[in-house]
Design a protein around this ligand. Sequence first.
Ligand code: MLZ
Length: 266
Amino acid sequence: YQGHFSWDKYLKETGSSAAPAHCFRQCLTPPVNEFKSGMKLEAQDPRNTTSTCIATVVGLTGVRLRLRLDGSDNKNDFWRLVDSSEIQPIGNCEKNAGMLQPPLGFRLNASSWPMFLLKTLNGAEMAPVRIFHKQEPPAPAQNSFKVGMKLEAVDRKNPHFICPATIGEVRGSEVLVTFDGWRGAFDYYCRYDSRDIFPVGWCALTGDNLQPPGTKVVLPKSPSTPLESSSERSSMHPAGRGAPRQRGRKPGRPRGRLPGRLPGIW
Ligand code: MLZ
């Protein structure tokens, strides 16, 4: 379900263009997702990337898995693409002479880990080897992103969300991902071959829920208003719709000091 957001209309409205698919480290057709909730697999602990842990699929969104490390709490879920190299079938670690580790913040005494491991795997539904993807797509040879190109990107502060974004800067092998309508609050730098960024239309293909742009418009620095200390102002989304609900605020009311409608500058 894509809400009321249409890339076609939006690209026209904003006079912008989509980053071409070859810029991304993603398959042209999204991988098949045959995982099910409850399946267990091996995953790198995102907070301690040298350890391989047992994880359980606790949710599925498009071609991403919501994972929770066994023995951890429910506050540290993370998301991985089904073709990520950071997830493996159970048994892989041992096959490579590794040892499964307790997650960072293991909720029991460290000495109880071997028994915990035995119990968590006993009778568990292990994700079958055949549903893993042999290889992650290869990284494009170079960073071909250009400033202003549109894309879909994981909001790293709210990683269950994929949102419309714009390349704000290209810096060597890195790009600045800026989220449309959010005044920079969620922006981040990442490598051009990050698995958190996708071509326009990705969510429509995977069935993932693409969030609509936020309501906060970034205005350029204006030399005629020297008394203002910040270059950022807010206004309604120029199209006046699709504003995500904000905690503790009535939706649909402009937050800024400026009047309602301003030309959309993204
Ligand atoms: N509840 C959050 C969601 C923000 C999502 C932004 N994504 C770019 C908020 O309203 O702050």
